[in-house]
Design a protein around this ligand. Structure first.
Ligand code: UD1
Ligand code: CA
Length: 454
């Protein structure tokens, strides 16, 4: 089986510089979704027909398993498939999909392929209350499919037919090749219709069977931002339902957005308004507070993330307490039972077990030992304007509030830094290190008084 994906349409109605099939749905391009579904079917060949904005499409999605066929002029769906035929083998069957129909399910396609077998044409159809705009399925008295007539070519009686063509079909490659070569464009739109191959198949005595998708949304196409937004909601609802079925607690399944892959252990709880991007793994018992954004993050068992956190490229150990308003940036690795509080930013920081930075701190390019306490307002000065430098903090160190650690610098194990210290040299183990002018009190000092106005 070989797959052709039609993706040459301009998508003018998106009103966007980005080609239609590259518009994102759940963090992945429309065409990316169709490619993912296609690959699950392990086709012998996978060919994308591209046109408008094609270079951008190729650059975004090219892969060793893809073949690309250019359709310079959009002369119709039949013409589009024809452009792919030289890239395909003459044997086996060809499945036609669409780059702007992103939610088609692998299972539905498997059933369509089974229905087609080696010798039949299989067509995916749906019955709509409002069929306007679609090609109608013509059947004989016995219910056999005879042909498809496009809306613009249909007479009043045909327009009353509610069974419509989704566009998705499967046919034997050698027959399809022959039929495509025989297509004519003497129709209302002056186009080479892929749909005309159905009538040709019937004329050649090839059996045509129709199948329906389990859900109507599988075959919905995207032509504008409103339809894109609609399908996004459909897809998010599906993902939320899968999570609920797997035992995840979602405070409100309509208020979660997954733009990638979210893997959850048992008894995970997710509050409203959270966004998950890239690959996020939440171990057993993890709680994610409201309005948190997690991208490419792994969270260990039992860790609690309080509301309004933003984590990107971080690995978080078990039993941690994070947020509210915590920010973890790429390269951050937290061991077990680490606490990161409000307005604390960590970047490329490796923090060992039981350490805490609870308030208003910046810890960047740092190695932090176990049981370290980082006080309020502490910052690592990791950047000298040209290069980044590391800060190393030993086990059991206590960093007083409002210290600046001017990297490269090392704080020895068990060391204490007095509040407000600007550390420019290494702090020895166990000792108290301070950099402060001595406190001075002047008794009998008079405050200035305001001069009387003239
Ligand atoms: C097509 C079908 C119609 C079906 C409908 C479902 C034909 C003639 N008609 O109609 O029966 O009900 O889809 O949505 O097939 N494309 C190209 N190159 C072209 C023309 C189209 O790549 O030259 C691609 C488009 O990007 C789009 C798809 O094919 O993804 C369908 O094209 P569109 O013009 O939307 O077809 P319809 O007229 O809607
Ligand atoms: Ca269409």
């Amino acid at each position: 089986m070989q797959i052709v994906i039609l993706a040459a349409g301009q998508g003018k109605r998106m009103n966007s510089r980005l080609p239609k099939v590259l518009q994102p749905l759940a963090g992945q391009s429309l065409l990316g979704h169709v490619l993912q579904t296609s690959r699950a079917l392990a086709p012998q060949a996978l060919c994308v027909v591209y046109g408008h904005g094609g270079d951008q499409v190729r650059a975004a999605l090219d892969a060793p398993d893809l073949r690309w066929a250019e359709q310079t002029q959009q002369l119709g769906t039949g013409h589009a498939v024809q452009q792919a035929m030289p890239a395909l083998a003459g044997e086996g069957s060809v499945l036609v999909l669409y780059g702007d129909v992103p939610l088609i399910r692998t299972q539905t396609l498997r059933e369509l392929l089974n229905a087609a077998g080696d010798s039949r044409v299989a067509l995916l159809t749906v019955t709509l209350d409002e069929p306007a705009g679609y090609g109608r399925i013509l059947r004989d008295a016995a219910g056999k499919v005879l042909a498809i007539v496009e809306e613009k070519d249909a007479d009043a009686g045909q327009k009353a037919i509610r069974e419509v063509n989704t566009g998705i079909l499967c046919a034997p490659a050698h027959l399809l090749c022959d039929w495509l070569a025989r297509l004519r464009n003497d129709n209302a739109q002056g186009e080479y219709y892929l749909t005309d191959v159905i009538g040709m198949a019937v004329g050649d005595g090839v059996e045509v069977v129709a199948r329906q998708p389990a859900q109507a949304w599988e075959v919905l196409g995207v032509n504008n931002k409103a339809q894109l937004a609609e399908l996004e909601r459909v897809h998010q609802a599906n993902l939320a339902r899968e999570l609920l079925e797997a035992g995840v607690t979602l405070r409100d399944p309509t208020r979660i957005d997954i733009r990638g892959e979210l893997v959850c252990g048992r008894d995970v709880e997710i509050d409203v308004g959270c966004v998950f991007e890239g690959r996020v793994t939440l171990a057993d018992g993890v709680k994610v507070g409201a309005h948190s954004v997690l991208r490419d993050v792994r969270v260990g068992e039992g860790t609690e993330i309080k509301p309004f956190c933003h984590f990107d490229g971080a690995e978080i150990g078990a039993g941690g307490v994070l947020g509210p308003y915590a920010r973890l940036r790429p390269g951050t690795v937290l061991a077990e039972d680490v606490h990161v509080g409000n307005f604390v930013e960590l970047k490329n920081a490796q923090v060992a077990a039981h350490s805490k930075a609870n308030h208003l701190a910046y810890v960047g390019d740092a190695t932090v030992g176990s049981r370290v306490n980082i006080g309020a307002g502490v910052i690592t000065c990791n950047y000298d304007g040209a290069n980044k430098h590391r800060t190393v903090i030993g086990d059991d160190a206590f960093i007083g509030s409002d210290c600046q650690l001017v990297a490269p610098v090392t704080v020895g194990a068990g060391a204490t830094l007095g509040a407000g210290t600007t550390l420019t040299q290494d702090a020895p183990v166990e000792a108290l290190t301070l950099s402060r002018t001595r406190q001075l009190s002047i008794t009998g000092w008079q405050r200035p008084v305001k001069k009387p106005k003239a």
